[in-house]
Design a protein around this ligand. Structure first.
Ligand code: ATP
Length: 577
C-alpha cells in the first residue's frame, strides 16, 4: 500500500472532530483494507507493533529536527526557528519538503511497508553510532516522502499524530464495517465483543483479521496467550460492605486491597517467567527475585497469575505505601541494590490460564481454589491474598478493619460466580476504602518556574480522560506536594526530577509555558471540585496536591470526566443537605 493513500486517510480523519464521522471514514477504509496491509492499523494508532509489544518508536523532537535538517538541507537552527513559529514539527517537515521538492526530481514513491520497515529498525539500535544510524533511516524515508507524507511521518516519529484515533474508534469502525448492525444496542454488543478480543490479544491487526469475516463466534475464540500481556480486570467502587453485599449477593469473597502495584505473572511451558504491569510493560528484569519465587513456589507447567506486589521494610516487616516502591518499576540499572533496599511481596489473587487452558470463563470460586492449591505460601516472598468467604456483614467489617490496621488500602469484594473479563471495570469485583479525595491524572502542560525554581518546570497542568471522545481535558494545575530538592531518601519527587521525566515529552514551548504529550500519570489529592470555564473539562480542582507518580497506570485507566462530574454532583448534594 502506498504511504500516500495512508496520508490521505490521516488527512480525512484529521479533518473532522466528530467521532461518528471518523468512524464512518475508518469503516470505509477498513472495508477496502487488504489482509496483507493490515499492519497499517498500527500506524493509524501511531505505533509500529501491536499494543502488547514493547518496542516503541521513541524519537525525540531533537532527533527529528536533525533528520528534517539533513533531509531538506536546511540548517537545524532554521528548522527550530520554523518550529517555534509554527508549533508543529510535522507541519515544519511538510513546508520544508515542499520547498525542496520544487528543486529536486521526485524519487521512488514511499510504501507503508518501507515506512514500517525503517521505523521498526529504530528501537532495535543500540550502542555506538546509534543516533547517526537512526537519523539515516529517517532521512531515507523523508527524502522519498511527499510533503503531506513528511508531515505524518514526523508526527508519527515524535508520537503526536493528531488525528484523534484511538483503539476504540477502530473498534467501532470494525463493528460498522463488518457486522450487520441494526440498532445502537446491537452495535454496542458487537463493539463489546470486539473490545474483549482486543483486550485479550492486544493486537488490533489480529482482531481485524478475524472481525473481517463478520462472525461474532470467531471473535470469542481469540485466545489469551501466555507470554503476551493482557489487560487486567478492574474494579468498581462502593462505599460500604453493605452496598457490596447488595450488589454481589451472599456469600462472596472478601480480600485485602493491597497498596502496591498490579503484576501479571506469566510462566510459559519452557519455564520462562515474564512479569507485566497493567500498562502492559514488561518488568521482568526489574524484579529478578519475583521470577525466582514464581519458579520455586508456584506449581504448574504454564500459567498466568494476577497479583499485587507490595513493598515492605526488611527490618520491621511493616508494609510500605505504594509510592515508596514505585521507583522499582522503572529502574533499569542497579537493580540488585534496589531489590535489597525495597523488597516486595507478591500477593496472588487470580489466575487466568493454567497448563494450556484459559480459565477466563471459569467462576472465581474455582479460580481462587486453584490458586490455593498451586501457590505455596512464603510470607514476604509470594503468598495467596488474604481472603475470607462469608455472608456475614459483621465478619466482613472486622476483616475490613484488620486490613486497614495492617496498613493496606481497604478490601475487595468479589462475586464467587463471576468470570475474568480482561480490560473491563466490572460490577462483580468491588473496592472499598476509606473516603479520600484522590484522582489519577495525566500531565499535559507545565510552566517553567522563576527565582530558585528557574530552569525547572514548577506548575503542572493536569488532565482527566473524556471516554466519549478519547481526549484529555484539563482540570487544574498542581505545584504543591513536590519537593524543592532531590534527595536520596525514597518516596516523593523533586521539581528537578519531574522536569527531567517530562522533558522528552515536550511538544511545544511558548514563553514559559510548555505543552506536554500525555504520558506521565500522577496521583493527586484535592479539597473540592469547582466548575470552571478556565479548563477544558469545565471543572477545576481546588488545592490539588501531588502524592505519587503512577508509572504503573495506563492512560486509559486514569480518572474520567464522568467520575469527576459524578463526584461534583455528590459534593453539591452534601453541601446542600
Ligand atoms: P486505586 O487507585 O483505588 O487503587 P485503581 O484505579 O488503581 O484504584 P482499581 O481497579 O480501581 O485500580 O482498584 C483495584 C486495584 O487494587 C487493582 O488494580 C489492584 O492493583 C489492586 N488490588 C490490591 N489487592 C487486590 C485484590 N486482592 N484483588 C484485586 N485487586 C487488588
Amino acid at each position: 500500500m502506498l504511504y500516500k493513500n495512508l496520508a490521505e486517510i490521516y488527512e480525512a480523519l484529521g479533518s473532522t472532530t466528530k467521532r461518528l464521522e471518523k468512524i464512518d471514514i475508518l469503516a470505509d477504509f477498513l472495508k477496502t483494507l487488504k489482509q496483507e496491509d493490515k499492519e497499517v492499523l498500527y500506524l493509524l494508532l501511531g505505533d509500529i507493533y501491536p499494543a502488547y509489544d514493547e518496542r516503541k518508536i521513541g524519537i525525540s523532537n531533537q532527533l527529528a529536527i536533525k533528520a528534517i535538517s539533513k533531509a531538506t538541507g536546511i540548517s537545524e537552527k532554521d528548522v527550530v526557528k520554523e518550529w517555534k513559529a509554527i508549533g508543529d514539527l510535522g507541519k515544519v517537515a511538510e513546508k520544508l519538503t515542499k520547498k525542496k521538492k520544487q528543486a529536486t526530481l521526485h524519487t521512488s514513491p514511499l510504501t507503508t511497508q518501507k515506512v514500517l520497515e525503517n521505523l521498526r529498525k529504530l528501537p532495535e539500535l543500540e550502542g555506538k553510532g546509534t543516533i547517526e544510524k537512526k537519523i539515516s533511516f529517517i532521512v531515507e524515508l523523508l527524502t522519498s516522502a511527499l510533503p503531506i507524507e513528511a508531515l505524518y511521518l514526523v508526527r508519527t516519529l515524535i508520537g503526536d499524530l493528531r488525528i484523534g484515533i484511538q483503539e476504540s474508534t477502530i473498534r467501532d469502525a470494525m463493528a460498522v464495517a463488518f457486522f450487520d448492525v441494526k440498532d445502537a444496542k446491537q452495535k454496542k454488543e458487537i463493539a463489546d465483543k470486539i473490545q474483549s478480543a482486543i483486550d485479550r490479544s492486544n493486537d488490533i491487526a489480529l482482531v481485524f483479521d478475524i472481525a473481517k469475516k463478520g462472525k461474532v463466534k470467531d471473535l470469542e475464540k481469540i485466545p489469551v496467550q501466555v507470554g503476551k500481556p493482557i489487560k487486567v480486570m478492574l474494579a468498581q467502587k462502593v462505599s460500604s460492605i453493605k452496598d457490596g453485599f447488595e450488589k454481589l449477593g451472599k456469600p462472596c469473597a472478601i480480600e485485602y486491597k493491597y497498596d502496591g502495584f498490579r503484576l501479571l505473572i506469566h510462566k510459559t511451558s519452557d519455564n520462562e517467567v515474564k512479569l507485566f504491569t497493567r500498562r502492559l510493560e514488561n518488568v521482568t528484569k526489574q524484579f529478578p527475585e519475583v521470577v525466582e519465587y514464581v519458579k520455586k513456589y508456584v506449581k504448574g507447567d504454564s500459567f498466568i497469575l494476577d497479583a499485587e506486589a507490595i513493598g515492605f521494610d526488611r527490618k520491621t516487616k511493616r508494609y510500605k505505601p505504594f509510592q515508596e516502591i514505585s521507583q522499582r518499576i522503572k529502574r533499569k540499572y542497579h537493580i540488585e541494590e534496589l531489590e535489597k533496599e525495597l523488597p516486595v511481596e507478591v500477593n496472588v489473587f487470580d489466575i487466568l490460564y493454567y497448563n494450556g487452558k484459559s480459565l477466563l470463563d471459569e467462576p472465581f470460586k474455582k479460580r481462587t481454589e486453584l490458586i490455593k492449591k498451586i501457590v505455596e505460601n512464603k510470607p514476604f516472598k509470594i503468598v495467596c491474598s488474604k481472603q475470607i468467604i462469608t455472608d456475614s456483614e459483621k465478619e466482613a467489617e472486622r476483616f475490613y478493619k484488620k486490613a486497614l490496621k495492617d496498613n493496606q488500602e481497604g478490601v475487595m469484594m468479589k462475586s464467587l460466580s463471576a468470570a475474568y473479563q480482561p480490560g473491563s471495570r466490572v460490577g462483580h469485583m468491588l473496592k472499598i476504602k476509606p473516603e479520600e479525595k484522590d484522582y489519577d491524572l495525566v500531565i499535559v502542560g507545565a510552566e517553567y518556574g522563576t527565582g530558585k525554581r528557574a530552569g525547572w518546570l514548577s506548575s503542572f497542568i493536569l488532565a482527566c480522560l473524556d471516554t466519549e471522545t478519547g481526549k484529555f481535558l484539563e482540570v487544574g494545575k498542581v505545584g504543591t506536594g513536590i519537593k524543592e530538592k532531590s534527595s536520596a531518601e525514597s518516596g516523593g519527587i523533586s521539581f528537578e526530577e519531574l522536569t527531567e521525566k517530562l522533558k522528552p515529552y515536550i511538544i511545544s514551548e511558548k514563553g514559559r509555558e510548555v505543552k506536554i504529550k500525555p504520558k506521565i500519570v500522577v496521583s493527586v489529592t484535592y479539597q473540592e471540585i469547582q466548575k470552571s470555564p478556565n479548563y477544558s473539562s469545565g471543572f477545576a480542582l481546588r488545592f490539588p496536591r501531588f502524592t505519587a507518580l503512577r508509572p504503573d497506570k495506563p492512560l486509559s485507566e486514569i480518572t474520567t470526566l464522568n467520575e469527576i462530574r459524578e463526584d461534583y454532583e455528590k459534593q453539591r448534594g452534601k453541601t446542600k443537605s
